[in-house]
Design a protein around this ligand. Sequence first.
Ligand code: G6P
Length: 490
Amino acid sequence: MTDKKTPLILVSNRGPVTYGPDGMHRGGGGLVTALIGLASHREAIWVASAITDEDAEVASEHGGQAFEIDGEDGNSYSIRFVSSDPDAYDRFYNIFANPMLWFIQHYLWDLSNAPDIHRHEVDAFELGYKAVNADLAGAVLDEIEAIKDPVVMVHDYHLYTLPAVVRKARPEVFLHHFVHIPWPQPDAWRVLPKAIRDEIYKGILANDIVGLHTHTYRQNFLQCCRDLTAYEVDFGRSIVHVDGREVWVRAYPLPIDWRATQSLGSRPRVAQFEVELDHRKREFLILRVDRADLSKNVLRGFSAFDMFLEQHPEFSERVTFRAQLMPSRTDVPEYAEYLERIEALVATVNHRHGTPDWMPIQLILRDDLDEAVAAYKRYDVLMVNAMFDGMNLVAKEGPLVNECDGVSILSENTGAHEELGEFALSVNPFDIQEMADSIYTALTMDPAERARRAAGLKEIVTSRDPGNWIDEQLLDIRAKAAAQGRVSPA
Ligand code: G6P
C-alpha cells in the first residue's frame, strides 16, 4: 500500500482528461479506461502530455505543477500536464509514435510501399520522440525528487526512451512499464534503423518490470530481446539480464471496471438513446464501436456484411449494421485517408443493398459513451474483428452491458481472445467469407446457445477488475524489490 508520502507516479502521453475550446473531456482509448480507477483510488500523481492548446494553458495556470481535477465520473485525480515544444510534439505524436511505432506493433505497414525512412523520420525520433520523452522524464524526476524508493509506472509505446533517462538520474528508482498494444515478432522491428531500434530497447530495458496484456506478447518480447539485442534472455524465468540488472517480463491481462461500466447503463441519457434505437430497430442489430483506426479492420467488417447480404437475401431489410467510430489521429495522413475509405465503402454497400426504406449500414462518426452504451444494451451481434489489438475493451464492455444475449464475433488476434475466445465466434480477421458466415451463424443461432455464450462472457468479464490488475502488478513490484533487498516501495 502507498501512504501519503510515497505516491505512485503514473506517466503516459494521454492523461485522464483533455481540455478543448468547449471545456474538459475524458481522454479516449483503452489506456485512460485502464488507469482512471488507479489514479482515483490510490495516492497517485498522473504525469501526462499537454496535448491541446487548452491543456497547455491549464498547465501554465498551475505553473507546470500537479493539480487536482474532478472528472466527469465524479472521481478526482492529481494530474501534472507537461508542455513540449509544439514542433517536437508534432514529430513525436504524428510521425514517430503514430504511425511509425503503432504500425510496427500492429503489423500495419504494407512493406513493399511503406515506410520510407528519410531524414524526416530519423529527425522525428531524435528531435521529437526523444525530446518529448525527456520532457516527461524531467517532470517525473521533479515529482520523485523528495521521495525515497520511488515507484514510477510508465505507460505505452509513446514512452520507450523515458525509462533510461529516469534510471540515469535516479539509479535506485523502481520503474514498471506497461505496454497496452501488441508486442510483435522480431522481424517487424527491422523496419527501424538499428541505431533507433537499439535506443528503444535500451530505453524499455531500463525498467525493472515490463508488463504486457498476453502471454503471446510476453513471448514475443523475450524473442525480440534475444534476436535484436546483445542481452541474455532467460525464457524459463521470463527475465532479461541487462548490465547486472534483471528485467522481469510479465503478462497482466487488463480487465474492465465492470461495476462502473454497468452503472453507466442506468444513466438517463442512455435511456434516451435506447428509445431512439428501439424506434429505428429492425429485427436484428449488428454493432461495432471503435476508434477509427486501421488496426480495427473496419473495411473488411463491412465487406463481410456486404457478402453476407449478397449470399443471404432473405435478411434484406431485417438487419442493420451500426458502426460507431470515433475519429482518431486525424492529422496523420494514413488515418485521414482511412476515414475517407470507410465512408466510401459504406456508401457503396448501402447503394448496392439498400432500399428506399432501409439503409443497411448506419455510420456514426462521434465519440459518445452514452450512445455506445445504449447500443451495447441492444445489439444481437457484436463485431470485433481487429487485425491485431493489444486487448480490445469493447469486446469486454459489450457483453457485460448487453441485454439481448448478443453473440460476439471476435478476432483471434485480439488480446481479449485469450480470455473470451471460448464463448465467442472466433474469426480470422482477414477471412471475409468466414466473417460473413459468422454473421449468418450468429443471427440464426439457437436462443439457448446464445444465452449460454452470453452468460459465459459475462462471467469472465466480471471475474476480475482493474483493482486486481493493479494488485497483480504491485505484488510483482514488491517481490522484485524484496529480491533486490529493498524495502517495499509500493
Ligand atoms: C490506444 C493506446 C493508448 C492511446 C489510445 C488513444 O488505446 O494504447 O496509448 O492513448 O489508443 O489514442 P490517442 O492517440 O488518441 O491517445
